[in-house]
Design a protein around this ligand. Sequence first.
Ligand SMILES: [Zn+2]
Length: 1025
Amino acid sequence: MLQGRRIYLTNAVLLYLLNVCLASQCGYQSCNPVKEGMINVHLVPHTHDDVGWLKTVDQYFYGDKNDIQEAGVQYILDSVIPELEKDPNKRFIYVEIGFFSRWWKEQSDTVKQRVRKLVDEGRLEFILGGWSMDDEASTHYNAIIDEHTLGFEFLRDNFGECGRPRVAWQIDPFGHSREHASLFARMGFDGLFFGRLDYQDKEERMKTKTMEMIWQGSPKNLGSQSDLFTGVLYNGYGPPGGFCFDVKCHEDPIMDDPNLHDFNVQQKVSSFINATLTWAESYATEHVLMTMGGDFNYENANMWYKNLDKLMYYINREHAQGGNINLLYSTPSCYLNQVNKANLTWPSKQDDFFPYASSPHTFWSGYFTSRPALKHYVRQSNNFLQACKHLNAFASLFGPTNSNGIRVLKEAMGVAQHHDAVSGTEKQAVADDYALRLYKGVNACQSVLENAYKTLLQTDKNVNFPEQSFCDLLNISRCNVTEGNEQFTVNVYNPLAREVSHWIQLPTNAKSCVVTDPFGKQIVSQIVPITNETKRIPERNGSVAENSIIFMATVPPLSSSIYFVETNKGHDQDTKPLSFKPNEDITINNTVLSATFDGTTGSLKVLKNLQSGATAQVDHRMQYYISHYGNTTRPKFQGSGAYVFRPNQSEPMDFQHLFQIQTKFLQGQLVQEVRQQFSPWVSTVTRLYNGAPYLETEWTVGPIPTKDGIGKEVISKYCSDLQTEATFYTDANGREILQRRRDYRSTWAFNNTESVAGNYFPVNSRIYLQDVKKGVQLTVLTDRSQGGSSIQDGCLELMVHRRLTTDDFFGAGEALNEKGSDNQGLVVRGKHYLLLDTIERSAQVHRDLALKLYMKPVLSFTNSQMKHSDWSKYFRTQWSALASVVPQNVHILTFEVSDQQDSKNDTHKHFLLRLEHIYEKEESKVLSNPAKVSLMNIFKGYEVVSAKELTLGANLDLNELHRLPWQYKSTYDEDSDKSNLNSDAKIMRKSQSFPNFNEYLLDNLTIILNPMEIKTFQIALTNSG
Ligand SMILES: [Zn+2]
């Protein structure tokens, strides 16, 4: 008995020790050994699973609609797991958590245990780990961080530290953004691999063995924190020719019985050795990463592994005869670890990999604009998601909440960031599916918001809070509540940690109205007639509104304010035509800007900033490029398509020769409007609001006529007298600004064979020109991602909409031809915001405005007939979460409920909080300085009981992060903020880790944020009354 018990104890101890050993086997120490002095070929079995492209994400998962594309993700995972279990040497990587999490949900506990074991032993490794492999050109940093956080959260919850991805894997996106590298570095990745870069750039890098480098993601602002080892893959993400052993590939297997016909071992071995030697020539170490997989590969994993086993056997067998090529099963992180051990000094890069060209007439700069309505819906959904997370988090401190609704939108947004989703390069049916997912997510989040308002605004528990409605179609002046009721309330939630004055525009049939603010005070409003161009938008079908009510809501930081509207009351606050003498110039102005229009043509002529005195001649016009009509017979016949932009001539077309531009001027108490029609399907309304530092231009484009069989790509162009010397500036994913020079790339001698498309760059939030001599800057902000350029000095252009008649033959299999709800061609509407100021003052205006544009107040409505005096008896008219205003240069990027706890007994409510410094160094005299924020005092009525700093993806304590160090040569000159290739003074640096939270923490949980820094915290809050 006693002995038996002792045995039991011993077994328990053994089991414990065994578990400890197993738990420590993942990561770099789990890699298969390499052979020093040989060329080590890291065979990386992988599958590239698009979360939607030719089929929807569901169809890909199940393997439905295989007539479109043979692909079923569930079968891939079903097939790989048993193959890995058969042999401890085998490896597999998995990337898209949007797919993996679905498969995981369907598995039994036994299968989950088996998979956990493979992960713990490093045999199944998660790479990248985002919900999808996101697009880099049209994504916004807020959504990029969120979609990676969502994937990381799944991995951490189910696999712990062994599930934490160490390498970023962007093998398919069409060009690469520097901001991505910077964000990835701060997510804790040790390296990044990708497949696509400009063909001229690649040729050069192959010759000079610079396929691998240290990418300085934020050389000016964040320094080594944003350095990231970056490797370009040799063959996209495919294997060498003849070595794709997937069931889809139809390439020869290895037939190794010499007694049978078709014995091909010698031929296969020599061909593989040749491929290896060719690949190895382009890389600096004795290691070669070979991507053994492709799109939706490994549905029959045995087929791949059986042939790779044979290849490995026959090549490694040669070692005895002096063969020096060593094959091993590996992963990108195992390869990276060996490259790191080589201890070389690496070259560096400070700009980005845009635009991507795959041949002289194939610049992938069309997708910067493709599907502009989807691009806007994604941006708008991000805005709504953040508001939803805020209000749910605040409400959670008072009672139960429903995070499930938020999850639906988070997952829809995760899928939408994919490189064939927001990019606009999917089939039409798949684009419709993405939009439907977002719609369902937004709907689910609307219920969350409604519950939160009940909790936060109700003061008398006996009176039900009125039902909330959300008007999703306000941008085309359609809203049932405001059109169908004489009296209604507008609830305005401001998701920014700064006071916002927001112009609200609501459709109505009334000719007069009275608007009351949260304090019971009547405020100024204006009635503006809805344009005829708006009335003909088919998606507006059913709306009866003839007018818009305009008023300004001023909402405190992170607050909700109720406005009361009564229509057909009060005086007419009509908008009247502006009186002017025919053919004489017309000037409209407010206290900041004055804009002069030509009396004959109606065109914008002069812009003047009345505060700084900056003046420029500025002309605005809508134009279009005629798309090159393509076929596949020769590369020079490349056409414009969903991916590629290729105009058939470098000059855009004016509408004038077809149509006399019509201009109308309207004025009222709050806003002045200039309405212009450029053609029957292109119009703009330019607005100057009281006190606004910008001129807002709303463009309405479509249906683009294609009955003539010709594709058209519409631009909005601003031309000025500024001297700009072929230079302009664009943002990267809404954050740092990159300098662009026409017909120039900073790391190779660029031969531009497409004078327009080769100069197009992604614009996520802004593009600008500077006249250094005059000290004047012209900036245009956008409401979505678009392609933009400066094709002539002094001019800026943004592509707003495109409709094409041919495919560009990169797989979509159909022309980009959005037809809209009436099948006649989609009408798209959006806004540009034009700023003119001194260079010195401009950043302060565009940084602040860009933030306000992507994080607008969220509106909801009730048809309550209560006046302010009645409402305030039962409900709050204003609710605010903020104690002290955070500094002007700080943005609360994330605030949401976290399911993580500090310890098992921890009963506090936890939150994820990200704070961001929104300025770059030296952009603004005052606001580029470091900012000080006290976490303790940030929220009203709540006390912070604990705080710890995490990596940007919120999956690791920052203290526990140890990134691989690299030595590199930097050609970056800090004084000029430019790479200087001719400079001899190369700086040798080792990349550093992050500063320790405890080292910089001041009293009262006060932290310092440096320019462009984002800090991520898990905080616990209690309600202090
Ligand atoms: Zn892909």
